[in-house]
Design a binder for this molecule. Sequence first.
Ligand SMILES: *[C@@H]1O[C@H](CO)[C@@H](O)[C@H](O)[C@H]1NC(C)=O
Ligand SMILES: *[C@@H]1O[C@H](CO)[C@@H](O)[C@H](O)[C@H]1NC(C)=O
Ligand SMILES: *[C@@H]1O[C@H](CO)[C@@H](O)[C@H](O)[C@H]1NC(C)=O
Ligand SMILES: *[C@@H]1O[C@H](CO)[C@@H](O)[C@H](O)[C@H]1NC(C)=O
Ligand SMILES: *[C@@H]1O[C@H](CO)[C@@H](O)[C@H](O)[C@H]1NC(C)=O
Ligand SMILES: *[C@@H]1O[C@H](CO)[C@@H](O)[C@H](O)[C@H]1NC(C)=O
Ligand SMILES: *[C@@H]1O[C@H](CO)[C@@H](O)[C@H](O)[C@H]1NC(C)=O
Length: 465
Amino acid sequence: MAMLLLIPLLVSSIALFSISSATFSVQPGICYGQLGDNLPPPQISIALINSLNAKRVKLYDANPEILHALRNTRLQVSIMVPNELIAAVAANQTLSDEWVAANVSPFLPDTLIRYILVGNELISAAPNATWHHLVPAMRRIKRSLKTLRIPKIKVGTSSAMDVLQTSFPPSNAAFRNDLVGPIMKPMLTFLNRTKSFFFLDVYPYLAWASDPININLDYALFEPTNVTVTDPGSGLLYTNLFDQMVDAVYFAMEKLGFTGVRIFIAETGWPNGGDIDQIGTNIYNAATYNRNFIKKMTRKPWLGTPARPGSILPSFLFSLFNENQKPGPGTERHFGLLHPNGSRVYDVDLAGVTPEAEFRPLPAPENNEKFKGRIWCVAARGDNATALAAALSYACSQGNGTCDPIQPRGKCFRPDSVLWHSSYAFSSYWAQFRKIGATCYFNGLATQTAKDPSFGSCKFPSVTL
Ligand SMILES: *[C@@H]1O[C@H](CO)[C@@H](O)[C@H](O)[C@H]1NC(C)=O
Ligand SMILES: *[C@@H]1O[C@H](CO)[C@@H](O)[C@H](O)[C@H]1NC(C)=O
Ligand SMILES: *[C@@H]1O[C@H](CO)[C@@H](O)[C@H](O)[C@H]1NC(C)=O
Ligand SMILES: *[C@@H]1O[C@H](CO)[C@@H](O)[C@H](O)[C@H]1NC(C)=O
Ligand SMILES: *[C@@H]1O[C@H](CO)[C@@H](O)[C@H](O)[C@H]1NC(C)=O
Ligand SMILES: *[C@@H]1O[C@H](CO)[C@@H](O)[C@H](O)[C@H]1NC(C)=O
Ligand SMILES: *[C@@H]1O[C@H](CO)[C@@H](O)[C@H](O)[C@H]1NC(C)=O
């Protein structure tokens, strides 16, 4: 009875809420990465962003052509100070002022720049000299905005989940010891004082793929499942992996005394493809994760996460396009909602209003089980002889005897071609170094195969999964 009475109240307070916080629509935005040699120009890309019903866009730089093209679009924009500039900005207020004057001021007010991220996952990379310049650089950029009388722009930096030392159970989470004193405390003090956000990159895919035996796939995909996780410390009940990961960061902040700093999901998503040795990378899972994420974000009333019920959680989905020049494993090049030609990898609506029945059917997932068997790393294309020769030479210069069999008189010397020798060298290199993180990529010249390229007495080294 009381519940029934409450409903109209709830509805009207939500309506008021959404008016008063119109700038914080919970509908996800989109990350517009540009690491591809086949992507459409900015004007077309922005039209595509609009066709997906995105309300925000995140850039990984401050590309003037894109910022210009974003004028009068009503898209809220996040720009980035590149990692390489951070040390210089931290050391020099004039330089910081100049950066803001050159990259922000000229585009206001027609381009709705609302966020400046200082660096991208900087503290997730191997410890390096730039770390200690991060928070000072954030302060400088904020001061420049004030000097130049630019209101409404929040300054932050994006972090990955590896800033945590422990993340499970969420209530036990804590930041890494090496980060707490030198970086986290000053950063959180800055974010709290400026009412900015902790920008977080959250990939349930990565957590699941690292332990697919113990983590339920549906739990990672926000699919209905009987799997729930109760946090023994807080008593909170989790029904999906995303909430669990986000709350871990809330608890870690709380442990340092910061209860009021809000999280902004700077990236989340699921790869629609990848390499043979990568599990669960398919269109079905990518569509399911992203659609469910959008459903969660656009649900009315907004529920928040168990540790922060109702608390606003703005977000960006990663990413607009499959980007063919992203280094690393195949998944890196397969996060797009769109192919580079602008067609959709699968149907999706960031406003969350298109009924699922109107989406075209998805191909069944084919690699939700780990691949078992041997794989090789072979040359994928021979059209650029210079590039292939350079890659061959690099692969052969690594390790011990990597290329002995393709020397004259070696068992794999014939056929005597760069293409064939590259395939051997890539397989040999990868077999030696995969364990320590080497990928079968070589700037897009190499690809994994489950088909044994060996013949005659020439045996190619392989990786056994
Ligand atoms: C530190 O790492 C970042 C991110 O990988 C890189 O951009 C930057 O150049 C590095 N800085 C130094 C001093 O090595
Ligand atoms: C600070 O940056 C400005 C602008 O780039 C430059 O002119 C000046 O020399 C720099 N100061 C120092 C101490 O490096
Ligand atoms: C999961 O829950 C559903 C509905 O409550 C039930 O029908 C099903 O048997 C349960 N499955 C398992 C594996 O417990
Ligand atoms: C965060 O900021 C608020 C003021 O907005 C202040 O009252 C509080 O003490 C700050 N928290 C910390 C841990 O500095
Ligand atoms: C766009 O690219 C994708 C992936 O390469 C392809 O499957 C699709 O047919 C292309 N669409 C058009 C209209 O060219
Ligand atoms: C071949 O690859 C090199 C880089 O390794 C690049 O500079 C060059 O432009 C490429 N040539 C063609 C024709 O794509
Ligand atoms: C190469 O051989 C040397 C000496 O046997 C060994 O110390 C080194 O670890 C080897 N390197 C690789 C990459 O296997």
